[in-house]
Design a protein around this ligand. Structure first.
Ligand code: MG
Length: 315
């Protein structure tokens, strides 16, 4: 598929205009494969949404070759990425780069159900008093432009555009007021869901319906928190074959980033690279009348203001 520069990519370019002082500049971190490189994963920084990618390992050979490794370095890793971006060196043309998910093999993929007021109303569900937490296995993760593979076990595969965030440092019992300092950045997710397995099978435990392989497209970039004006005021959309099926705003989130980090870290230690999917706005296929599910050949695009767009063909 021809990809990165969709309409949102162009919009992002405008929203990402930065001051000239590169030291204070937010980063669009990516993981990528370099064409002709034998499939080794690398970490890079986009010059701007959809533009050239600075190869961090080429700039500084001691840098880890995965995002998780880079995040584990903390501020030192981000400072190196900023120096690389400012240097203007080691820039790969977009045609030489294939983006992967910005994070692979995180220790945890933590998901939140029923976290948009308007999505609760759509299905006549009560507004939750505590976050509804479930998970996917990390091998559900796939790249921003990779295919969603329909499993033969399901006939009810659905879309859910979601704001995702990635943890940047280790924490347990994190206080809400400190929570944002644990966020490395934000990205776009599709919480692809097999409704038959989520809602009718497996004792109504959601796990199996949520974790088929390729059911967690992520990307295109991990946009560092300092580059996002307000993560809880972003337009979020899903288009299926170009038709808008979801159009919402993250201001509808019931439990925001800080509350989710404080809540989940009561139960488990958060570690760098952990991914949170924060819930979806209304407009999913299963609640349409009649219900609509994905079929072979469909193209699903999830967009979030300031972050970009992921586009996945259904196979
Ligand atoms: Mg979801």
């Amino acid at each position: 598929m021809r990809l990165p520069m969709g309409s949102v990519g162009i919009r992002s370019l405008f929203s990402l205009r930065q001051p000239k002082n590169h030291q204070k500049r937010g980063l669009r971190l990516v993981q990528f494969y370099r064409r002709g490189d034998g499939g080794a994963i690398r970490v890079g920084v986009e010059q701007a949404a959809g533009l050239g990618v600075v190869d961090l390992k080429a700039f500084e050979p001691s840098v880890p070759s995965t995002m998780k490794g880079l995040l584990e370095l903390g501020d030192e890793g981000l400072a190196c990425a900023r120096r690389a971006l400012s240097s203007g060196r080691c820039v790969l043309d977009r045609s030489d780069v294939r983006l992967s998910s910005p994070i692979l093999a995180p220790e945890k993929v933590i998901c939140v159900g029923l976290n948009y007021r308007d999505h609760c109303l759509e299905q006549k569900a009560a507004i939750p008093k505590e976050p509804v937490i479930f998970s996917k296995f990390s091998n559900a993760i796939t790249g921003p432009y990779d295919d969603i593979v329909l499993p033969s076990e399901s006939r009810e595969v659905d879309w859910e555009a979601e704001l995702a965030f990635v943890i940047g440092r280790r924490g347990k019992h994190v206080k809400e007021e400190d929570a944002l300092s644990y966020v490395a950045g934000f990205t776009v997710a599709n919480d692809v869901s097999a409704r038959d397995w989520q809602m009718k099978r497996n004792g109504k435990q959601w796990l199996l319906g949520k974790t088929f392989e390729s059911f967690c497209p992520l990307g295109p970039a991990l946009v560092t928190a300092d580059a996002v004006t307000d993560p809880h005021k972003l337009g979020i959309r899903c288009l299926v074959n170009g038709e808008e099926v979801q159009s919402g705003n993250t201001d509808q989130m019931i439990f925001k980033t800080e509350e989710l980090i404080a809540w989940v870290s009561k139960f488990v230690t958060l570690t760098p690279g952990d991914v949170f999917l924060t819930g979806t706005p209304p407009g999913v296929g299963v609640f349409r009348k009649p219900p609509v599910f994905l079929k072979k050949g469909d193209v699903v695009e999830c967009q979030i203001d300031q972050l970009g767009s992921i586009i996945n063909k259904v196979l």
